[in-house]
Write a protein that binds this ligand. Structure first.
Ligand code: SF4
Length: 63
């Protein structure tokens, strides 16, 4: 995404199974490659991961 990914916008690089199409490639954004997944952000399933992500986006939103 040339201008970056806005909060709440699905990344264009996600496939139908929510897997990164750039994983392992040199053109994957550095911020993505440097992220170290941890249990609190992943939760037990995708629903819990989205709850954590939504909470993080809301707590860091400008204004
Ligand atoms: S890891 Fe980065 S590039 Fe890959 S899907 Fe997630 S946000 Fe998009």
């Amino acid at each position: 995404m040339p201008l970056g990914k806005a909060a709440g916008v699905r990344c264009l690089q996600l496939d139908d199974r929510n897997r990164c199409k750039l994983f392992g490639r040199a053109d994957r954004p550095a911020v993505c490659s440097s992220l170290q997944p941890q249990s609190p952000m992943c939760g037990r399933d995708a629903r819990e991961a989205m709850l954590w992500l939504t909470s993080l986006e809301q707590s860091t939103a400008p204004g």
